[in-house]
Design a protein around this ligand. Sequence first.
Ligand code: NAD
Length: 360
Amino acid sequence: MTKTGTVAVLPGDGIGPEVTEQALRVIDKLNAEFSAGLTWQSAPVGGAAYDLHGHPLPPDTLALARSADAILLGAVGGPKWENITREHRPERALLALRSELELFANLRPAFLFPELAAASTLKPEVVSGLDIMIVRELTGGIYFGQPRGLTTDDHGVRFGFNTMVYREPEIRRIAHTAFRIARQRNKRVCSVDKANVMEVSELWREIVTDVGSEYPDVGLSHMYIDNACMQLVRAPKQFDVIVTTNLFGDILSDAASMLTGSIGMLPSASLDADNKGMYEPVHGSAPDIAGQDIANPLATILSVGMMLRTTFDNTKLANKVENAVREVLADGLRTGDIANHGEPIVGTREMGDAVVAAIG
Ligand code: NAD
């Protein structure tokens, strides 16, 4: 059943407000013409919030994010805030939102619209029709495991160490997320680990297999991370949903995003156990092009599609958004980042106009 609800909108810095504005026009159209029932309210985050309130995630912004059913975030950061203390840097707001709201599952689709096959560095026949969802565990693993540190041994030799640790419940909940997502797609999960070398991966594999038995309609396979990297560039279309740890997912999702040619096209989500999510484009605040009306708003618009599908269970409206994007691409509209040499280029607002008009 589809749900209605509230969206906390956090535009942020650089191109964040420009691309978010276009995504909000899409939400407004869905509300006005298709009774989407999404109420939104915006608040400052990142550098913009620091300038206004002295903190990248002010209490009112966190409270709004907590109370909303979903969050739509533009991007944060920029050279203006590079020299302030670490705890006040714009990027801290993202880490705080993830941990405060327990957003442990990061969803990064790598989807290639056929019209943009030439934008990939791989041959069009290898990537055309690519549609992968990488489900990365986001709040555990080696980035957070204890003990960690830099020290010196008894012989005066310096050494550094980190610990990859996963507890069974952490593996279970990310595995459930992956299987649930696979059910909405092509019903295949590939779990990526390093179980031939690491004990933590042995546990990972055992628990994912156990959770998989609750989803008999979804096929489960396992792959070592080194092979997964190779397969991702050799034959990426073999994958549907990939589920993996924080570290392996970090690497795989960046590699997968490049298969699609432009980060201006890629949405992402970070979910909690109840599918409440923070949706945002994969790209950053792009200070080099901010304020010029040339940023590609499609990743943020597609983030709205992902939000409708995942948090609001509204496949019909999610399809409308994605089909509208497909239509404007088929009509030849291109922002600078996805244009081939010599192709005419449209600006951020003009691209937004076209998507809004194509939603029908
Ligand atoms: P970036 O993604 O902002 O930009 C990388 C390159 O891609 C730039 O040349 C930029 O112009 C281009 N680009 C990015 N998005 C685009 C779009 N929508 N349309 C057209 N071109 C686009 O990465 P960066 O330059 O490494 O980082 C800039 C700032 O963003 C830094 O302060 C960084 O910390 C921050 N950042 C924020 C997030 C986030 O908010 N989630 C993510 C990554 C980086």
